[in-house]
Design a protein around this ligand. Structure first.
Ligand SMILES: Nc1ncnc2c1ncn2[C@@H]1O[C@H](COP(=O)(O)OP(=O)(O)OP(=O)(O)O)[C@@H](O)[C@H]1O
Length: 655
């Protein structure tokens, strides 16, 4: 970025054709730029100038002295400029004279500065504001000091465009297949492409009609897959190729990948590990297993899960005793098995990454490169494309490096033709609740105030930022409800990783199957934001603001699944959180044209602008204003009740 530092002691290199010596004038003002070379020179070096123009700095500081210094410099510059013009017409001697004269000028300038008793900072500033020669002086007369650098420009627009750029180039060499919500068809249309048993299991256990992502994937994969199975399995994986699937939450991705892999296994005779499914959490292992188990009924296909509540040794022994067709695991456990040689990948045909962006952000024992290395080691076919890789997420990563680590072969990208990368279900209604900063200590009470506004038998998932927050909030809400005598009709539990696995499984099962007419509230962390498929979740409450648009998409995706409607309430404290949600979360999300637009509950007087406040003009539905008032109004009686509850919570914690 900076031109090579000018060094008068170096012999000046003669150029081929006689031309004006490239002398960087001491100080540049626009009036003296009369030569294109010089202008270029100035152009070039202009980029290297510190942010402020030297003249402005002199004028701004305007201590009289620096002005005359700049006059001095401009004088010496014009003399050096004329010197350079002279040098243009004469031989080397003059050129050296020019160089030496400039050197002396900088030395004299330095002496003058010293004479004026300018502080070291001003000196170095003046020296830095000058030209290379002045810098040279600084170098020869001072210990080297950092030249003042231009301020770092935190231009969010630049950053945003960079992100948009990286997103748009992430898959620049990938074939794209677009799909939309109209692509739904009866599964019966695949009767010639699916085994009768598989088709029957789909229709009996899931549905008679596809979801869009299932249609597009089956239409693309099944013909190639079946042709390869009938003709020759050789090169089957390369004919199918790798796939990247970006599909919104609750859109049926699990079934979308389960159907083709079970169809591919239908012709096998002996169980060999041909399918590896990797998911980020233990909860998802069980869920994917349940889906596959329904589909393999009557097919003889075997599935093993990394159960986690068995020792690695026990699990390894079982895997070696009877090799399954399909193995479902988390990354960490997979590496354990690879390292203990309990599984062989020599027969592997399909690798499925579910919640891929989360997986690729996890570096458990460097699982991805461990896996890729073992595939290459175990498989006889070492050429690219020796395994079909299917990469799924509602927020597919655009990090080309992470995708690169997967060694994708001729990948096809399946995505909706939406404006932005992330999509929310069109049946999801988002509601922002503006909480006044001054009242943020009552936030737990504001959560309790929301409950009576919802259906009495609602199933609610409340997302908070940590396990401890989940436990504390659930305890406090229960104390408050007890004091309000409404505890009997509302069950509030904390689902967090401090609980035992058995406890959490019981909580999810009771929450999923609750039909006691009560309101069920599960207060949890993002451990439940990915992939967890619980039917009929009425609403998600983002009690703590999500840290990214991806996290927001996955949290909201716990409701409005499989075409059902759902709500997402976002608690936004003060202008800061509103601005964050508007600019960092919502801005990266596409909402279908016929989807539901977010709206706000807030005080009438607040004004909304790009800064994220809320505009409640007269046209707003009075009900939303009334709802907001119900949430943020704290009566005196409630205030004392709340303080008692806080006291009880404190005593419990201190016990
Ligand atoms: N064709 C279908 N018709 C009806 N329901 C379906 C269909 N396919 C899947 N489902 C159901 O839709 C729900 C969501 O499916 P799934 O969990 O696979 O969604 P997903 O896209 O993986 O969501 P997430 O991104 O949150 O993991 C499940 O209960 C599943 O049984």
């Amino acid at each position: 970025m900076f031109a090579a530092r000018f060094d008068p002691t170096q012999v000046f290199e003669a150029t081929e054709e006689p031309q004006a010596a490239k002398v960087v004038p001491l100080k540049r003002t626009r009036s003296t730029e009369d030569d294109s070379d010089d202008e270029e020179e100035v152009e070039e070096t202009k980029e290297e100038e510190p942010e402020e123009e030297p003249e402005e700095v002199a004028e701004d500081t305007n201590d009289g002295e620096s002005e005359s210094a700049s006059d001095e410099e401009s004088e010496s510059k014009s003399s050096s400029a004329s010197a350079s013009e002279d040098a243009a017409g004469s031989g080397d001697d003059d050129r050296h004279n020019t160089v030496m004269s400039r050197f002396h000028q900088t030395l004299s300038l330095q002496d003058k500065l010293k004479a004026r008793g300018l502080t070291a900072e001003e000196e170095s500033e003046k020296a830095a504001d000058g030209s290379a020669a002045a810098e040279q002086t600084e170098e020869t007369t001072h210990a080297l000091e950092q030249i003042p650098q231009p301020d770092v420009v935190n231009n969010s627009e630049v950053a945003k465009s960079a992100v948009a750029e990286s997103r748009s180039t992430a898959w620049i060499n990938t074939k794209r297949v677009y799909y939309d919500s109209s692509m739904v068809k009866p599964f019966a249309e695949y009767k010639d492409q699916l085994t009768p048993k598989l088709l029957q299991n789909i229709q009996n256990e899931f549905s008679t009609d596809t979801f869009p992502i299932q249609s597009i994937l089956l239409d693309t994969v099944l013909p190639v897959l079946n042709r390869s199975l009938q003709l020759t399995k050789k090169n089957l994986t390369r004919r199918v190729g790798d796939m990247l699937i970006n599909a919104s939450t609750g859109s049926g991705k699990t079934l979308a990948y389960s159907i083709p892999i079970i169809q591919a296994l239908s012709g096998r005779t002996v169980s060999r590990l041909r399918v590896l499914i990797i998911v980020p959490t233990k909860l998802l292992i069980q869920q994917v297993f349940d889906t596959l188990n329904k589909l393999v009924k009557g097919t003889g296909i075997t599935i093993t899960t990394a159960k986690m509540d068995q020792s690695l040794r026990e699990e390894s022994r079982k895997l070696q005793l009877s090799e399954p067709d399909i193995f479902i695991t988390t990354p960490g456990r997979l590496v354990d098995h690879l390292n203990s040689n309990s599984i062989s990948l020599k027969n592997l045909k399909f690798l499925i990454l579910d919640e891929a962006d989360r997986l690729l952000n996890q570096s458990f024992q460097n699982w991805c490169s461990e896996l890729m290395t073992t595939i290459q080691h175990d498989k006889l076919d070492k050429l690219p494309g020796n395994v079909v890789k299917m990469v799924f997420s509602a927020t597919l990563t655009t990090n080309t490096q992470k995708l690169h680590d997967l060694h994708l072969y001729n990948p096809t990208l399946f995505m909706t033709d939406s404006v932005k990368l992330y999509n929310l279900p069109r049946t999801l209604q988002e509601i922002n609740i503006s909480l006044p900063t001054a009242k943020s200590m009552y936030k737990p009470l504001f959560l309790v105030h929301l409950l009576p506004l919802l259906e009495s038998d609602s199933k609610l998932i409340v997302f908070v930022k940590s396990n401890e927050a989940s436990l504390r909030l659930a305890t406090l809400v229960n104390i408050i409800l007890e004091k309000m005598h409404t505890k009997d009709s509302i069950s509030v539990e904390s689902f967090n990783s401090n609980n035992s696995r058995a406890q959490n499984r019981k909580l999810v099962s009771e929450f999923s199957t609750s039909s006691d007419g009560k309101m069920n509230v599960l207060i949890t962390t993002d451990i439940m934001s990915r992939g967890i498929d619980i039917s009929n979740v009425t609403a998600v409450i983002n009690y703590d603001v999500p840290i990214s648009s991806q996290q927001y998409v996955h949290r909201c995706g716990r409701t409005a699944r499989a075409g059902a409607s759902g709500q997402a309430f976002n608690y936004l404290v003060g202008k800061g959180e509103r601005k964050f949600w508007n600019q960092q979360v919502s801005s990266a999300i596409s909402r279908d044209v016929d989807g539901l637009e977010p709206f706000s509950w807030a005080k009438k007087s607040e004004k909304q602008d790009a800064e994220g406040d809320v505009d409640m003009d007269d046209t707003v539905d009075p009900q939303t204003i009334a709802n907001h008032e119900k949430i943020v109004t704290v009566t005196d009686e409630e205030e004392s009740l709340y303080k008692e509850a806080l006291g009880e919570l404190k005593d419990m914690v201190l016990k």
